[in-house]
Design a protein around this ligand. Structure first.
Ligand code: HEC
Length: 166
């Protein structure tokens, strides 16, 4: 009766191998997961808490959300405003407190824009613009000038516009 004894020994060896391989697979799995978490941690934080995202490249959009700075066909998508060399100053100044929508839905002459800035300085805490003021006024007067000769009188003159964002 040699045969059964050999079989039992072989089975024992096979069992130990299976245990060893299971242990190996589990260890590798555990190690990979730990390493993965360590490596991805900052990204995971950013995804789940949105804390580490670079806020300097962000701005209030017309809808009040934040988006990356992207310019397509000369239009800064997040604000819907024309992009030129004066735009960064305008954006830094005029989207600091409120949505760009407040700016873009208005139309005025250079004088009219000056009055709005004066009003914000007197009543809303807008700071002195110094040398930036003429730059901002030129920009606004160029792109947000009154469409027609007369100022709008009734609701019919309201400028509805389509947001270019999805
Ligand atoms: C210090 C904060 C601040 C800054 C900076 C600022 N604004 Fe304002 N602005 C306000 C507040 C507050 C209101 C009123 C918002 C409201 O009524 O909801 C306002 C309202 C406006 C309005 C609407 C006025 C109206 O007739 O209803 C326009 C247009 C406007 N801002 C343009 C600008 C422009 C252009 C700039 C850049 C030169 C600018 N804002 C920068 C605070 C600011």
């Amino acid at each position: 009766m040699k045969q059964p004894k050999v079989n039992i020994e072989e089975e024992l060896i096979a069992k130990h191998w299976r245990q060893f391989i299971s242990f190996l697979v589990l260890s590798i799995f555990g190690l990979t997961t730990t390493l993965g978490i360590l490596i991805l941690e900052p990204d995971l934080n950013a995804i789940f808490e949105r804390k580490e995202i670079d806020t300097t490249k962000r701005t209030f959009t017309a809808s009040g959300e934040v988006e990356d700075d992207k310019v397509v066909d000369g239009i800064h998508l997040a604000t819907g405003m024309p992009y030129d060399e004066r735009f960064p100053i305008v954006k830094a100044t005029c989207t600091a407190c409120h949505s760009a929508k407040l700016v873009t839905q208005n139309r005025a002459t250079r004088d009219g824009w000056k009055q709005m800035i004066d009003w914000m300085q007197k009543t809303q805490g807008l700071w002195e613009l110094g040398g930036n003021e003429p730059i901002i006024l030129d920009y606004l007067a160029e792109y947000y000038a009154p469409k027609k000769v007369g100022r709008r009188a009734s609701l019919e003159g309201v400028e509805w516009y389509i947001l270019e964002l999805e």
